[in-house]
Design a protein. Sequence first.
Lengths: 425, 146
Amino acid sequence: MTTTAAPLDVTALRADFPILSRTVRDGKRLVYLDSGATSQRPTQVLDAERAFLEQHNAAVHRGAHQLAEEATDAYEGARQRIADFVGAEFGELVFTKNATEGFNLVAYAMGNAATSGPEAERFRIGPGDEIVVTEMEHHANLVPWQQLAQRTGATLKWFRLTGDGRLDLSDVDSVITPRAKVVAFTHQSNVTGVINPVDVLVAAAKKAGALTVLDACQSVPHGPVDFHALDVDFASFSGHKMLGPSGIGVLYGRRELLEALPPFITGGSMIELVKMEGSTFAPPPQRFEAGSPMTSQAVGLGAAVDYLSVVGMERVHAHEHLLTVAALEGLSGVKGVRLIGPEDAVSRGGAVPFEIEGVHPHDAGQVLDSLGIAVRVGHHCAWPLHRCLNAQSSVRATFYLYNTLDEVDALVEGVREAQKFFGVA
Amino acid sequence: MQLQQMYQEIILDHYKNPHGRGLRDPYDAESFQVNPTCGDEVTLRVHVVDDVVKDVSYDGQGCSISQASTSVLTDLVVGKPVGEAFEKLDAFVELMQGRGQVEPDEDVLEDGIAFAGVAKYPARVKCALLGWMAFKDAVARSQGAA
């Protein structure tokens, strides 16, 4: 993509992330290329959490004392800012434990629709209905749908991948048929960084009358995302991949859908009226936030969104694109390295998976670690994708706003070291 | 360099020239084990006659640590009574779970002592134990079937 925004001042920005200046493995400078798994947090986020706990901590949505009011304002204020950040309305965001819980929430709520009132009719699913996913999915947006199919007798279908790891959309209408009740797919692959054409899938799902569920874990942290513009029905993303705390995720749902959706986890805080014979439920988002919610985590995620907004998501995306291009170029210049997924950076975020001939990914990761370079090795919770691309596992480097071209060079040099160590260069 | 402490020559030798590799007949039981974090897998067969491990054969995909430790396993247990093989298994598991604090007994573990350095890397302990867990499971199955 092109952008007219000024490039990031990465040196200045890195000063906000204390962990990036530490050393590892006997004094090696840390080269952190694993933000796709979890990102690091700037002091602004850490300070916001601490300030909340030192000044305003209380249980939210209960109690009439001043701290309870302030805590509730901080919690709901964070919800508003996060909503603004992703092009949603306040009442369309549900705080969850993590993104995985968001997918499970939708899947289980759909299962619960069978025994709910007529307002939940559109979510009912059973034998003869189809659930559509893709082979590219993280297990978080795959296993819950397999389970829903198993519980309800619905059929699971999936889009296959092309040889270079993009979705095979050559025959969309045969995969998404009028039997489809839900189409769940990732916005950006956590392994290859491939960005999927949301518009194509949303259009096909709408034609079929199916709901869409977007895995936005790798898109929201790395570029501008507007759920209303994307026109998806649900989307889930996590806090810790976008400079925020762990223990918090966000589920987006179109307001009219959340209003009709039955609850998943039930208990305190999510009710309207409780009698011994039965209960009625609060409107969304509270209906989906049973029990004591995470508070400092929500505040921290609000601060992360503030931080990213100041930097500018267009600039974040452009910076990662630069690093991705450099990594693809550098790694493809190393004999014996096989890039997994697309070899170019078109419609792609900052993730570069690869294999080294004669060096198992786990061993490659160990050599890189000994040089201070943190990457992910394995199948990255996307086993079917690896099988499709004929890889037992892979080494994956992922980039974020604080990574530099020097770090990309260190990665490429580290790969050469791994080859040398195992005697394959 | 720390790396050499972990990847001892013995480990790299076993990795490049694994002993006993390939699935063979006859066998009494087979075990399939997988490391769900990395997808490494091993299929391992045991042939036990009169309570003696006659053969261990295996196939699989995995890192140097998992492949080499399975190769060492075959050296250590083939030809041994099941009881003695399990003593070696217990000693190897203790070594691997010792976070580098356990002093291995070369008389018991022979080439297996080379994995002492691996025990300092918690993420790799599962790799080293993959084939051994398959062995334990396969023997249990063979005894269950007997």
